[in-house]
Write a protein that binds this ligand. Sequence first.
Ligand code: SAM
Length: 454
Amino acid sequence: MTAAALQGELVTVEITALAAGGDGIARLPDGRVLFVGDAVPGDRAEVRLVHLKKDCAFGQVRRVLEASPERVTPACPVADRCGSCQWQAVAYPAQLTAKRSQVQDALVHLGGFEDVPVEPVIAQVRPLGYRNKSTFPVGCNRRGEVVIGYYRKDSHQIVPLAACPVQDERLDPLLAAVGDCIRTYGWSIYAEKPHRGLIRHVSLRVGERTGQMLLTFVINGEQLPGIEAAAAHLQEAFPALMGVCVNTNRRRGNTIFGPETRCVAGQGFIEDELEGFRFRIESTTFFQICTSQAERLARLVVEAAAATAQMRVIDAYCGIGTLSLPLARSAHQVIGIESHPRSVEQARINARANNVTNCQFQLGAVEQCLPGLAADILVLDPPRKGCDPAVIETILRLAPLRVVYVSCNPATLARDLRLLVQGGYQLQRVQPVDMFAQTHHIESVATLLRGASF
Ligand SMILES: C[S@@+](CC[C@H](N)C(=O)[O-])C[C@H]1O[C@@H](n2cnc3c(N)ncnc32)[C@H](O)[C@@H]1O
């Protein structure tokens, strides 16, 4: 009989694959699945067991005994500590293979599909330096010095960053200058437990195509003393910095942005280009993290929707209209639905500024707006939690010819596709698109056709 593994014990294992959350997968001698942090498929490693459960266990690589051929030196000097990227040590082609399996596995195990048409992942042209937005928590180290960086995995301890190789390199000097600015002005730093102090997060945005930048301080208060002078100083040093904003978030908890954003210098938005359109992007409006991949995604959605000049398209969860405007080129009419008021406002401005006259936007939850509409084609791009069951019921009742489902979460995608297929749709194709190189996250576009059972 195999002796039971103990917490804290060191075990030697072979890593066979990467799991959905980013950990490597191995097996304990008793057969239990072991999820291993910082592992690469093909590694033989000494692993410390940190948490044991009845049916699985969790561990952390302590020493790589034989490195996998897929193991590479991370581009980031703090990759072993920073919780933002899980796969910096995994060669990019192996990341893509793992992401495709992740989508396939979710569809098979969570969606109950047998024969799944998952295409190879569309890779990012630049797997580093692609992030057009970074939002960093701000804290103090033990010496009371201001630190800006990402949280360590499973903690709220900040790993200080001088630069981030995953973000657009034009944001690196701005990040350093923002740190200097906070120190110079002596603004107090927010502490979670006592819920005191001002500066909580800083958010940096850059237009990949335009180079325009936007800086937002998220504060636990209304006023940041001296912000006008600080902003003027930053704008002088960074001519591409279009504006500086202050967002007020007085709530406890992990939600980054509060409900109110004020522009304190310049303008409260940047512009970027996608598929020949120019989009306004504010600090709190959604815009895909990599503009060039967002463009590929938009092309895929337009292709999959295959709208003709007679057709009406609904773009549900439309954000600022980055899919609606490209869809409007071939459709008779596009109706966007979005619950975030600033995004709807921006979507309308974006349509007008780009001379798109056949797009309308409704403010409200898809759950509430969709039942009153009719469409030939439905595009869905919900947040990670996927669609509310009421939305799926409405889709089955409205019965559009095609449904194009864009998802950043294979698990909820699999759940919702299953419901649509049970309701009579045929799953035609699933195309994963990498939007988040160096992390375990993956975007997918699924195309469904209304079946004969309608
Ligand atoms: C993943 S983003 C997609 C945005 C857009 N399609 C794009 O590509 O930029 C999801 C959007 O859905 C919005 N949203 C979240 N829940 C919603 C709901 N129940 N009804 C309408 N919009 C919602 C969010 O505000 C966000 O803009």
